[in-house]
Structures are given as structure tokens and as C-alpha cells.
Design a protein around this ligand. Structure first.
Ligand code: G3P
Length: 217
């Protein structure tokens, strides 16, 4: 399973990258706006730090706007993937961009049929938003599992990015469902490797060791 970081914060990316855990990065306009720096500057810096795909999202809503923006974004670095919203205009843009060899990540996927349409249009990645589906009482992990089944049924190469991950069960459930990638916010990453029983276990081993050393004096 590949792990992407869902952030536009370069310091956060560097920290997790140093652990060898970052296979790519996803951003969106909300995440970019939090950085308070020019879009191009942020994306170019992330692309230089990360050895893997970096998703940068278009903000236009028409086919012409999306394709024009996407062609510009693709010039910024070799590892830019253009994030396109799941709309009719977006699908048309994905179809054109895939023929030009520009990689796309179709975002805001909430149903199997949306994912299937994106895959048929030639998307490199689709991003089902688990957390936002759970927020409305729907089943985010079920969508990931169903997309995996459908893509396997028809041999689509499109990779599934489990997105809008809010907690550890989302990550573990996505892995069990066979998502190719999980994109994880920086705040969730430390939860992947920590457990209170690990911490208390280390402490009790050290306490016993100290007692043993003292008894040898
Ligand atoms: O990758 C999608 C993500 O940025 C959206 O997450 O938590 O805003 O639903 P969230």
C-alpha cells in the first residue's frame, strides 16, 4: 500500500519523508490556502522534496479552464498530477488530458458510478472521500471496497486513493479493502505507529532493567 500525505505544509512533509513513509502528496485549494504562499511556489517546493506524485487541483469549472490550468500545472514539475473535480466538464477534461499523457486524480468521488466514469474517462487516480461520506451517515469504507471490486472486475489501471481519512480505522479499513493508496493528514500519521501499550511496555522493560542493574551493584 502506498501512503500519500494530504497536506500542503512542506515542514510536515519533510518530517514524515525522513521516515521513508511518503510515496506522494495530495493537496487541494483549502490546504494550499492555509499555507499563505503562492500556489506555484508551494507545489514546486513539494515536488522537489517528494519522490512521487504530487496532486495539484484546478479551480476552473469549465472544460476549457480545466484543460488550460492542467497543462500549466503539468509544466511545473515532472511529478505533478492534476486534480480534477468529478463533473461532466471534469470528465471531458480528463479524457483530453489522458490522451496528452497528463496524469489526473479525479476528486470528490462519492459513488461507485462516479469512480467508474472517471476510470473510463482515463483517470490515473480516483479519490473517494471516506470521512465526508461517513459524516452524512453513509459508508465510506464500503465505497472503497466496492470501487476495488469494480476496477478489478474490468481490469482498470486507475488507482484508488482513499481520501478524507479522519482516523486509524479509516486507514486500516482501506488497506483491508485493497485501496492502492491512502492519503493521510499529517495529524493522523503519528497514530499509525503509536500505541499506549507500546509506550507502557517500553517503560516497564526499562523499570525492570533498572531494578536488575541496581541489584547487581
Ligand atoms: O484528500 C481529501 C481531503 O483533503 C479532504 O479531507 O477531511 O476535508 O474531508 P476532509
Amino acid at each position: 500500500m502506498k501512503f500519500f500525505l494530504d497536506t500542503a505544509n512542506v515542514e510536515e512533509i519533510k518530517r514524515v519523508n525522513d521516515l521513508g513513509l511518503v510515496d506522494g502528496v495530495t493537496t487541494n485549494p483549502s490546504l494550499i490556502s492555509k499555507e499563505g504562499r503562492p500556489f506555484e511556489e508551494v507545489i514546486k517546493e513539494i515536488c522537489s522534496v517528494v519522490d512521487g506524485p504530487v496532486s495539484a487541483e484546478v479551480v476552473g469549472l469549465t472544460y476549457d479552464e480545466m484543460v488550460t490550468e492542467a497543462r500549466q500545472l503539468a509544466q511545473w514539475a515532472d511529478n505533478v498530477v492534476v486534480k480534477i473535480p468529478m463533473t461532466e466538464e471534469g470528465l471531458k477534461a480528463v479524457n483530453t488530458l489522458s490522451q496528452e499523457g497528463i496524469k489526473t486524480n479525479v476528486t470528490l468521488i462519492f459513488t461507485v458510478s462516479q469512480g467508474l466514469m472517471a476510470a473510463k474517462a482515463g483517470a490515473t487516480y480516483v479519490s473517494p472521500f471516506l470521512g465526508r461520506l461517513d459524516d452524512i451517515g453513509s459508508d465510506g469504507l464500503g465505497l472503497v471496497a466496492d470501487l476495488k471490486t469494480v476496477f478489478d472486475n474490468y481490469d482498470y489501471d486507475t488507482e484508488i486513493i482513499a481520501a478524507s481519512i479522519r482516523h486509524l480505522p479509516h486507514l486500516e479499513g482501506s488497506a483491508l479493502a485493497g485501496a492502492d493508496i491512502a492519503t493521510i493528514p499529517g495529524s493522523i500519521f503519528p497514530k499509525l505507529w503509536s500505541h499506549p501499550l507500546t509506550d507502557s511496555g517500553i517503560q516497564s522493560f526499562l523499570d525492570d532493567w533498572k531494578k536488575f542493574e541496581d541489584s547487581q551493584k
